[in-house]
Design a protein around this ligand. Sequence first.
Ligand code: ZN
Length: 222
Amino acid sequence: MIWIIFIAVAIASFAVQASLNAKFKKYSKIPVGLTGREVAYKMLQANGITDVKIISTPGQLTDHYNPTNKTVNLSEGVYNSANVAAAAVAAHECGHAVQHAHAYAPLKMRSSLVPVVNFASKWMQWLLLAGIIFVESFPQLLLVGIILFATTTLFSFITLPVEIDASRRALAWLSNAGITNYSTQGPAKDALKTAAYTYVIAALGSLASLIYYIMIFTGRRN
Ligand SMILES: [Zn+2]
């Protein structure tokens, strides 16, 4: 049964990623009046945020907001391009900056989990591997591995409201500010919705793995 879930998650993950790439390619061809950098600048200004820097970062789909140094990091394609996909991504990352400025509770919770998740990510593979090998003689190893892994599962679920809220703020502002119109609001919404699905799939995949490890632990002989 658990293997069916794993395969379903893998197929869904592949399908969503392919759909995301196709949609971004398609919506990158629909022009808007401002580049990603200009959209970000306007949205931050409109929200009274003056202490957040907008910087260009290498790579594709590497866009993110960094709360530790208050930077909106836009990939080169988003930073310099004036299209619906770029505008949607830029506004979404600014949505995180707005969450940060308003001390949005799920973002605060997510940020406070980052050091825990970094620690867990460093050790959990080894503890889970050793834990599975020595599950009969020394089950405590696997239990510690499961606890560490569970923090990463929790993290991927707390990420969901943070991502969905950032997209909601982005779409509302894009429309109100007149960056998108009746024909471009739909594509902007579709791009961000598809991006959100990748987080949903990641969270479900993490939960399936957690259940798998718990099954090994509870299924041991003694
Ligand atoms: Zn985001």
